[in-house]
Design a protein around this ligand. Structure first.
Ligand SMILES: [Zn+2]
Length: 125
């Protein structure tokens, strides 16, 4: 179903069909305000998350370059690493591995270990 095929448009916030002016985007000011707030929050959250992922990635890649595969969490946090920001969580047997783009690591007893580039990176020049 394509919106542009229909004679009516839909509210950008609640999805209700809109009648009247074709440039109308929302049912009312309630929907308009909530839509705006939602977008701002989502955008800010996304920006923040990307920033911490970028930061984590640059820390991890410097460790990999230095040949460091294990570091106390406290130490890496002091460098600005945010443990909650990763791009993937992998459950392997009884362990949990985390991934930040193409760098994988595990966390155990206050340490990050097994920090390594995965095959994804090896394919790149
Ligand atoms: Zn609405």
């Amino acid at each position: 179903m394509k919106d542009n095929m229909l004679p009516v448009s839909f509210c950008a916030y609640c999805g209700a069909p809109l009648c009247g002016r074709s440039d109308k985007k929302y049912c009312n000011s309630y929907c308009k305000n909530h839509y705006h707030n939602k977008m701002v929050t989502t955008h800010q959250y996304g920006k923040k998350l990307l920033k911490s992922l970028d930061c984590n990635y640059s820390i991890l890649s410097s460790l990999v370059k230095l040949g460091i595969s294990s570091i106390p969490i406290q130490e890496i946090q002091e460098l600005g690493f945010k443990p909650g920001s990763c791009t993937e969580v992998i459950f392997k047997a009884s362990t949990i591995r985390y991934r930040c783009y193409d760098i994988e690591y595990g966390v155990s007893s206050g340490r990050m270990y097994g920090i390594k580039l995965t095959s994804l990176a090896q394919a790149q020049p």
